[in-house]
Design a protein around this ligand. Structure first.
Ligand SMILES: NCCCNCCCCCC(O)(O)C(F)(F)F
Ligand SMILES: [Zn+2]
Length: 343
């Protein structure tokens, strides 16, 4: 399996995040991607290739153009306002407030275009975002070109980013961009299987009213887990999209037995749907030692996930999402990929 990776991710570093009332160093740190890259090498998964650069047209197929055009302006505007540190929003247009009027100042725009305080910008963030997007598209091109699978080693991740908002370490929804690109390249139907511990609220929002992209999400129950405000089992899609969004919320403490039962059901529904390609939002924060997550999957479980996905017999693009047990993130993520290769 080929991996696409860009060192430009490392420019997104030193960012702070607001967690439990404190400003702390971001969990989503550069070493995450470096551990995965090192593991790809040590496991001899296959060549590691740089991304091809793309314009932002494919991003604007799933994101609002004004949102995408805002992203490269963030750091220059923040610096112009005389500040350093992390560019973070702190006021959001929630219920009872207006989001139909686009404000002008950078502080307001950061809130207007985000849903939480978890998507901080630093000087190198835009270059990292753009490289992650290029990584996803380049890997998708390999699959379109006939490769059975490819690994988009994306950083920053993307599945919390909606059509017009960032959050949860995510800015451009790499998996959504890739799924739409497959559609634009002629695929009739695409499935997105999100196995990250957190619900991919952005991916759900983007495709919620559509029947041509099926979205299946396995995640911590939003009643008690981030992102809290989307991801319930009764969210099945809207209009034409009814039935093509499937959520599997699971309680804290979920281990392989319960998780794999959801995964089996999701794979069966994916098979029934019969897509031309599968995009896997590969987060490994389902791991028992993950510092911010509450599932109990073990290292030996990850190859089983890959083997099950391989049994679908479909062209498959793996897009890196979350995982914070930094030492083991490479072992577990590449475990899925080697399991897929053996499958
Ligand atoms: N108590 C910890 C607060 C957690 N707040 C943010 C969690 C973001 C999770 C991001 C992710 O893992 O879903 C992604 F795949 F996008 F990276
Ligand atoms: Zn996650």
């Amino acid at each position: 399996m080929k991996t696409i990776f860009s060192p430009l991710h490392a420019g997104h570093s030193g960012q702070m995040e607001l967690v439990a009332g404190e400003i702390v160093p971001g969990f989503e740190m550069p070493s995450r991607a470096e551990y995965v890259r090192a593991r790809v090498e040590s496991e001899k998964l296959g060549p590691i290739l740089p991304p091809v650069e793309h314009d932002l047209a494919a991003a604007k197929r799933v994101h609002a153009a004004d949102y995408i055009d805002f992203l490269p302006t963030v750091w220059p505007e923040w610096e112009k306002s005389g500040r350093g540190g992390s560019a973070l929003g702190y006021t959001w247009p929630t219920r009872g407030l207006r989001a139909d009027v686009r404000p002008k100042t950078i502080d307001a725009l950061l809130g207007y275009y985000s849903f939480d305080a978890g998507a901080p910008f630093v000087k190198g963030t835009w270059d990292a975002i753009k490289s992650s997007y290029d990584v996803a598209l380049t890997a998708a091109e390999l699959v379109k070109g006939g490769e059975r699978s490819a690994f988009a080693l994306c950083r920053p991740p993307g599945h919390h980013a909606g059509a017009a908002f960032m959050g949860g370490y995510c800015f451009i929804n790499n998996a959504a961009v890739a799924a739409q690109w497959f559609r634009d390249q002629g695929a009739k139907k695409v499935s997105i299987l999100d196995v990250d511990y957190h619900h991919g609220n952005g991916t759900q929002e983007i495709f919620y009213s559509r029947a041509d992209v099926q979205v299946l999400n396995l995640h911590g129950d939003p009643m008690s887990e981030y992102p809290f405000f989307l991801g319930h089992a009764d969210e099945r899609g809207a209009g034409e999209g009814e039935g093509f969004n499937i959520n599997y919320p699971m309680p804290p403490g979920t281990s392989w037995e319960r998780w794999s039962a959801s995964h089996e059901d999701a794979c069966a529904k994916l098979q029934d749907y019969g897509p031309d390609a599968v995009v896997v939002s590969l987060g490994v924060d389902t791991f028992e030692k993950d510092p911010i997550s509450q599932f109990k999957l073990k290292t030996e479980d990850y190859p089983k996930i890959g083997r099950r996905i391989a049994r679908l017999g479909l062209p498959t693009l793996f897009v890196m999402e979350g995982g914070y047990a930094v030492e083991e993130i490479g072992i577990n993520a590449v475990g899925v990929l080697t399991g897929f290769e053996e499958g």
